[in-house]
Design a protein around this ligand. Sequence first.
Ligand code: FEO
Length: 398
Amino acid sequence: MPAVEVRPGIYWAGVNDRTSDLFEGFWPVAREGVSHNSYLIDDEKKALIDITSESLLESLLSQIATVTDPAGLDYIVINHMEPDHTGALRALRRLAPRATLLGSKKAVEMMESYYGVTEGVRAVEDGETLSLGRNTLQFFSTPFVHWPETIMTYAQEQKVLFSCDGFGGYGALQGSIFADEYADLRFYEEEALRYYTNIVALFGKQVLKAIDRLKDLPVEVVAPSHGLVWRRNPGRIIELYRTWAGYATGPVEPGVTVVFGTMYGNTRAMAEAVAAGVAGAGLPVTLFDAARVHPSYILPAIYSRQGVVIGSATYEGGLFPPVRNLLSLVESKRIVGRTAAFFGSRGWGGGARREFARQAETLQWEVVDAWEMQGGPTTKDLQEGEEFGHRFAAGLRR
Ligand code: FEO
């Protein structure tokens, strides 16, 4: 996709990445893709906002070249130092030797520690402005959205907020960069939530702080570094982020996530029965096999819903490893305060239930029910499993 004009003289010059399998080397994006949005301001002074990873430099350069010669850049704004935004920094530096690199004080320190770059670099202060001619950029400190050095940049006259990771999402762009040119935004909103829970959820307080800090800006375009550009209704993605950030401490959506780990299908059979019980009580339920579905896709469900039911076979005296791994990620994302229940199967001594109880305590999850069967499920076991799911869901509805 060639460079696209967002506002007069302001261009999306991003790279639509459909070849990377993993984001941050861990989160799957092979199917969905992800865009790395850079923006070019073609003014008396020319500025590039955010770069891209080393491997995508050639694509970025060809995007810039459709508007201007990369060698003529005056400024490169580094909103955020994570290498998906800066991996190409050293190489671009050589190709645009006149450009001053702008970033927060911490970003300037990181430019040295990551890339050994110390020349032609300038730290900007929170609230500082920079005239490019017809456009004035203003820099806002938004620490931990996503790293401590992160800033957002605002183009004052044209009211465009370059929000970096904030308000971003997975999902390669499909023919248009603008949210208002898609008939159905479900895919992008779901991918924005997946991105939020994978990348940003730990920093919910800082997200809310950033939204509050920016609330008096008359933003007309939200232009993040990943995902769609929000032009007709820029408030939509800000409100989604506000809602999602609120889930860290406040009420979440009704519904239940059932996650199971099974070796030979006994716990899966029970999971199906439990899910039937939840559905029978009238609550939405989503079922995940922890060994087959990457945590990237399970975290949004656990994060956004009040009820979590974990089913695990006992494996070597504890939780089935994929379930343990998932819960460890849930802990590192600090998804606390959910209402939970446990079910499982054991061959002899058990242990999964005990380990889950310890983990749930760490997560401050209220465990309202726990139930285990010995060996494979009998018809009676499955019936009890369904009742267990029904009871759990009914308790949530009260
Ligand atoms: Fe898009 Fe925190 O990197």
